[in-house]
Design a binder for this molecule. Structure first.
Ligand SMILES: Nc1ncnc2c1ncn2[C@@H]1O[C@H](COP(=O)(O)OP(=O)(O)OP(=O)(O)O)[C@@H](O)[C@H]1O
Ligand SMILES: [Mg+2]
Length: 463
């Protein structure tokens, strides 16, 4: 569900996030305020607006407590262009310092898709009209403008349904109207027509080794359409032809330059880039090799977060007002291991708390996509109904928390492994249990999971 961001108050943003994420109030609030601040900034007079920089956020917390989940939900919630990247992606050999700007290009591409969709909505009616005319042209070749009498050559229109007679085209202009009528009634959907499709062909990437795909795309934007854009004739049904034609017409009716312009503006003013796993590029001490490359990545990210201009295939984009949210577990490193300049670019720090038994109980049942619901629905498709008792849910939570404390704390991800094990048998036998209700009681849970808690090795096994 997407809503206009400017309608949402920070409280409402938090409330929306609450529907999926348990606890982590601090992080939710920080994100909500940062989002709202951008709306506020938009309302400032020009000269002040440029001065207000977004307050970038860094989310710190152990693994599996909801960092990525908050970002994921945020993107669904706001209509703002949003992308999530993994900082580690930029450390790979050969990519250091090369491709960091691609996050901005990706963001603009997302914005372009958003804007295109919006603008296309406005021309849908016109496109539908044009598509209908084109379909009629295809169905009635020869009677498009001036009406001529001739048989439809067998190559252009084939009989589809047996009760359809071979369409011969009389001279009356009424024919077109009759066909229009039948088309609208959906009676010609399976009829075959021949359409021209443009096949976009990507030139071989290997030739331009060293440059990334989007750089190449950027350089060859116009060349690409010269090389590619091969037209091909294709026989297909009216149903699928309509889709193709509609798509083409919408493309034609929406001014691409305007799309780029609005999209650039949208990305600059309300874009959000979520940099996940940022702790993985924090280097503790200089040990050469990998660490150097990590620090290199940090240095490359700096100007982008600070505000610079990036060349994209849709034009220059200024990153000064893009909101950056970084997240990391910081198990092996601390935020202070990041180079100071970069730390300074993320003034807001929020910590997410480790999750305990109580949180687990809620995570299992409360969110819209709660795990218990997921499993119940999955098995319901086989005609098996699971009856989870409260006592069982409490026991699952207790066991998950216990395993987390005895072995590695993997946060809410533990619930996935525990539930999977708990329901292994039922999942396996489901097809034979059709029509049955399976009560999941505390005893059932204990019985199924007893081994896990006692046997350390086994608990490790289900990590
Ligand atoms: N507070 C929470 N409320 C509801 N579900 C949660 C919560 N925390 C984690 N989960 C669930 O646990 C899983 C892992 O969470 P998530 O991907 O957000 O972890 P993370 O904090 O990004 O960890 P990592 O540091 O390993 O990337 C997801 O399926 C998510 O739905
Ligand atoms: Mg994560």
């Amino acid at each position: 569900m997407r809503r206009d961001l400017s309608e949402l108050t920070p409280r409402e943003i938090v409330a929306e996030l609450d529907r999926y994420i348990i606890g982590q109030v601090g992080a939710k609030k920080a994100v909500a305020i940062a989002l709202r601040n951008r709306v506020r900034r938009q309302r400032l007079p020009d000269e002040l607006r440029d001065e207000v920089a977004p307050k970038n956020i860094i989310m710190i917390g152990p693994t599996g407590v909801g960092k990525t989940e908050i970002a994921r939900r945020l993107s669904k919630l706001t209509g703002a262009p949003f992308i999530k990247v993994e900082a580690t992606k930029y450390t790979e050999v050969g990519y250091v310092g090369r491709d960091v700007e691609s996050m901005v290009r990706d963001l603009v591409s997302v914005a372009v898709a958003l804007v295109k969709e919006e603008l296309q909505e406005g021309v849908r009616e016109e496109a539908e009209k044009r598509t209908e005319e084109q379909l009629l042209d295809l169905l009635l070749p020869g009677v498009s403008g001036q009406q001529r009498t001739r048989d439809v050559s067998p190559g252009t229109s084939a009989p589809a349904t047996p009760d359809d007679q071979q369409p011969t085209v009389p001279a009356e202009s009424g024919t077109r109207e009759k066909f229009r009528q039948r088309l609208r009634e959906g009676k010609l959907e399976d009829k075959e027509v021949e359409i021209q499709v443009t096949k976009s062909q990507f030139p071989a990437i290997e030739i331009f080794s060293g440059s990334s795909f989007e750089e190449m795309d950027l350089n060859l934007g116009s060349l690409g359409s010269l090389l590619g854009g091969k037209k091909k004739r294709k026989r297909t049904t009216v149903r699928s032809a309509r889709e193709t034609i509609m798509q083409e017409e919408m493309e034609k009716l929406v001014d691409q330059d305007r799309v780029s312009e609005i999209a650039r503006e949208r990305a600059e003013q309300s874009g959000i880039i979520f940099i996940d796993e940022i702790d993985k590029i924090a280097a503790k001490e200089q040990r050469g090799g990998v660490d150097v490359s990590r620090e290199g990545v940090q240095r490359d990210i700096l100007p982008i977060v600070e505000g610079c201009r990036v060349n994209t295939k849709f034009g220059m984009v200024d990153t000064s007002h893009i909101l950056f949210i970084a997240a990391g577990a910081f198990h092996m490193s601390k935020p202070s291991d990041l180079i100071p300049e970069l730390q300074g670019r993320f003034p807001l720090r929020v910590e997410l708390e480790a999750l305990g038994e109580d949180d687990f109980r809620q995570i299992l049942t409360k969110p819209q996509n709660a795990l218990i619901r997921q499993y119940t629905e999955l098995l319901a498709t086989e005609g098996v109904s699971l009856d989870f008792r409260d006592e069982a849910i409490a026991e699952i939570s207790r066991i998950a928390a216990e395993v987390n404390s005895k072995t590695e704390n993997i946060g809410a991800r533990r619930l996935h492994t525990v539930l999977e094990l708990l329901l292994e048998e039922v999942s396996f036998e489901a097809t034979e249990l059709q029509g049955q209700t399976i009560p999941i009681t505390k005893d059932y849970v204990r019985e199924r999971l007893a081994g896990v808690v006692e046997d350390q090795d086994l608990s490790r096994y289900i990590l």
